[in-house]
Write a protein that binds this ligand. Structure first.
Ligand SMILES: Nc1ncnc2c1ncn2[C@@H]1O[C@H](COP(=O)(O)OP(=O)(O)OP(=O)(O)O)[C@@H](O)[C@H]1O
Ligand SMILES: [Mg+2]
Length: 305
């Protein structure tokens, strides 16, 4: 059974179409990155997944059941995009309040709260008022709140936007640890570098539908590029390289050659040397997630792998 199964999801706000036939699956125990430009429909999808709003058409299932069922919601932890805490409470009081809301008993809360505070690096800060927390500490508290009831699935809407680089690394390590314990993580973020470092699979959405989807490793290796620096670049070398793939950019004495397979590198090198060019550099490069994102959004052709 999938942790999340979304079929033909459509959501209208009045006449505004926010989701237009969104379909995707998230397997249990994976870290899934959900990406898209502003207004693409990410938060709307998350709100449907936690049962806060209802879809106009289509369905979203969590562990095979509707997120509007109480029993399913108990298995979900959620960090909303714009959370505002009751900041007159201390961190521990706030967690206790949220634990109470999701049906945890007093003893259970007392045992669990120090554990989650430690998990997010807020050890020793539980007695401070939330008002006195920095932005990053508040975000950590939000993640602690999402983990409180030991959920099987956590949905995080921009969980690291306020964190410094070390804090982001700590959250990445935490997400990996959770994944290794079998928790499914659904991560909504604009920080593509973060997504690239931690996610197993990603979906890129635009205008309410999936435009690209797949295992991150496969997306990143989908296209290969050789970056080549020579003693000179002229028409002859451009013509010779065109036999291997598309020459994308020429910058001084460096060019980028798109090749279907990085295994072409030795053949390219041999060809260049035979023609009398001196090679100063020849490096295979992978596409970054940012480049893939830019292409998927620009293309917007509904292609999905
Ligand atoms: N309550 C609402 N009423 C009307 N329109 C809404 C409402 N919520 C969202 N929208 C619209 O639906 C679309 C999708 O919004 P959503 O918040 O899901 O996008 P998002 O991908 O989370 O964007 P961001 O990256 O900016 O957070 C946008 O065009 C937005 O203006
Ligand atoms: Mg959003």
């Amino acid at each position: 059974m999938q942790a999340i199964e979304i079929n033909g999801l459509r959501k209208l706000y009045g006449t505004k179409v926010a989701l237009e036939g969104l379909t995707l699956q998230v397997a249990q125990g994976e870290i899934f990155g959900f990406l898209g430009p502003n207004g693409a429909g990410k938060t709307t999808t998350l709100k449907i997944l936690v049962g806060l709003i209802a879809p106009s058409a289509g369905e979203a299932l969590i562990f095979g059941r509707s997120p509007r069922e109480r029993a399913v919601r108990r298995r979900i932890g959620f960090l909303p995009e714009h959370f505002r805490f009751q900041d007159w409470l201390s961190g521990s009081e706030l967690l206790s309040y949220y634990g109470h809301l999701c049906g945890m008993g007093a003893a259970q809360r007392q045992a669990r709260i120090p554990t989650v505070l430690a998990l997010v690096g807020l050890d020793g800060h539980g007695d401070k008022r939330v008002r006195a927390y920095s932005k990053g500490m508040q975000q950590r508290l939000g993640i602690a709140q999402a983990l409180l009831s030991q959920p099987d699935l956590i949905l995080l809407d921009e969980p690291t936007s306020a964190l410094d680089p070390l804090g982001r690394k700590e959250v990445r390590d935490l997400l990996r640890r959770l994944r290794d314990e079998g928790v499914t993580v659904f991560l909504n973020s604009h920080l593509l570098g973060e997504i690239e470092l931690v996610c197993d699979r990603v979906a890129i959405i635009d205008k309410g539908r999936v435009v690209r989807e797949g295992p991150l490793k496969r997306l990143l290796q989908g296209e290969h590029e050789l970056r080549i620096t020579l003693d000179r670049i002229d028409g002859e070398v451009l013509a010779a390289l065109a036999a291997f793939g598309e020459v994308r950019q020429v910058d001084g004495r460096t060019l980028a050659l798109q090749v279907p397979d990085v295994g072409a590198a030795p053949r390219v090198a041999r060809c260049l040397m035979e023609k009398g060019y001196d090679i100063y550099g020849l490096t295979p490069l992978h596409q970054s997630l940012e480049e893939i994102f830019a292409q998927a959004i620009k293309g917007g052709d509904g292609w999905s792998s």
